[in-house]
Design a protein around this ligand. Structure first.
Ligand code: PMV
Length: 323
């Protein structure tokens, strides 16, 4: 009754921000992302009849707050589907900083969903796994399928899941992640999602989402970097505009975040295939073509306030270890 799964985090090109159902994480709008091959969460789940409650450790630290409750909720769903009532021990490790805007919850809940369902003797298909992972953390549903992934908003539990729109080898895009801070973010994304509706700008952002999704999907399918760059930056800025104008306001950027965004803009103006996107944290994901990725990583490393640059290529789906 044990299994280990590995999942990659993903970077959203079109962002999920705001829920229509906060408990089930049914999003206000659809989203598109790319899995990040070099980064991963590795999660072992072991159902053990001698346990009196579920246990969870993350990077060797025993967790007993909200993190345990979210893990417990996935395990509860799995137990219900499998018709068992055994408690489990969950051990998860990330090979990248947790909670710093690199979506550790996405890879963590994707790996947990596969490991827990396998350990319970279930054989869930991709769609069922994506729906299960979504209930842990919305963006986790996008870390189940491979490569470039779309999550349809759908507005209901059954149809709100993610699927691959292109495999990882379709386009050799590179994500150079400029780390500005590796601290835990001050406001969790679940709180942020619930505050999105307090912004006057959220209805406009959501209403225009189908148009941005179409442009982004087409740009990926046609490997059109310029079209992708424009829509990715617009979408990131729209989400941060909503964050900044929510009550209370959330400003995730630090001075170095803006320095990087401005540098990326100026590099693109002189012909470098590069664009930025920022999640719920201060770090900047800089997307570029493979030909210029070494130069881009090098330029980022030299900017003031950049602590480190992580480089990731399009990644595969969630997988059981040794498969
Ligand atoms: O899945 P959550 O609740 O961690 O929310 C993810 C929110 C963003 O990373 C900011 C956007 C996204 O679509 O990944």
């Amino acid at each position: 009754m044990q299994a280990t799964a590995i999942a990659h985090p993903n970077i959203a090109f079109i962002k999920y921000w705001g829920d229509v159902d906060p408990d089930l994480h049914i999003p206000a709008n659809g989203s598109i992302s790319m899995n990040l091959r070099e980064l991963y969460s590795r999660t072992n789940v072991s159902f053990d009849p001698s346990l009196h409650h579920d246990q969870f450790s993350l990077d060797g630290r025993h967790i007993d707050d909200d993190g345990l409750q979210r893990v417990n909720s996935i395990l509860g769903r799995v137990r219900k589907m499998a018709g068992i009532n055994t408690f489990a021990s969950v051990e998860s490790h990330n090979n990248f900083p947790t909670g710093a805007g690199i979506a550790s919850s996405a890879s963590g809940f994707a790996a947990l969903s596969l490991a827990a369902s396998k350990a319970a003797g279930l054989d869930l298909d991709e769609k069922a796994l994506s729906r299960l992972a979504r209930t842990g953390s919305g963006s986790a549903c996008r870390s189940i399928p491979a490569g470039f992934v779309e999550w349809q908003a759908a507005g209901n539990d059954v149809d709100s899941y993610a699927f691959s729109i292109a495999p990882p080898e379709h386009w050799d895009l590179v994500d150079c992640i400029a780390l500005v801070s590796q601290d835990e973010k001050p406001i969790s994304s679940s709180v942020g999602h619930s505050l999105a509706k307090t912004s006057l700008l959220q209805p406009a952002r959501v209403a225009d989402a189908p148009r941005r999704l179409d442009i982004c999907r087409e740009a990926i399918l046609h490997r059109d970097f310029n079209a992708l760059a424009d829509v990715v930056e617009l979408d990131s800025n729209l989400m941060h505009a909503v964050m900044i104008t929510s009550t209370p306001p959330m400003l995730y950027w630090q001075p170095a975040t803006v320095t990087i965004m401005q540098a990326v803009e100026s590099w693109r103006k002189v012909g470098l295939m590069v664009c930025y996107t920022v999640d719920a944290g201060p770090n900047v994901h800089v997307l570029c073509s493979r030909e210029v990725s070494v130069e881009v990583a090098d330029r980022l490393q030299k900017l003031s306030g950049v602590q480190k640059v992580l480089v990731a290529h399009p990644g595969g789906p969630v997988n059981l270890e040794n498969e």
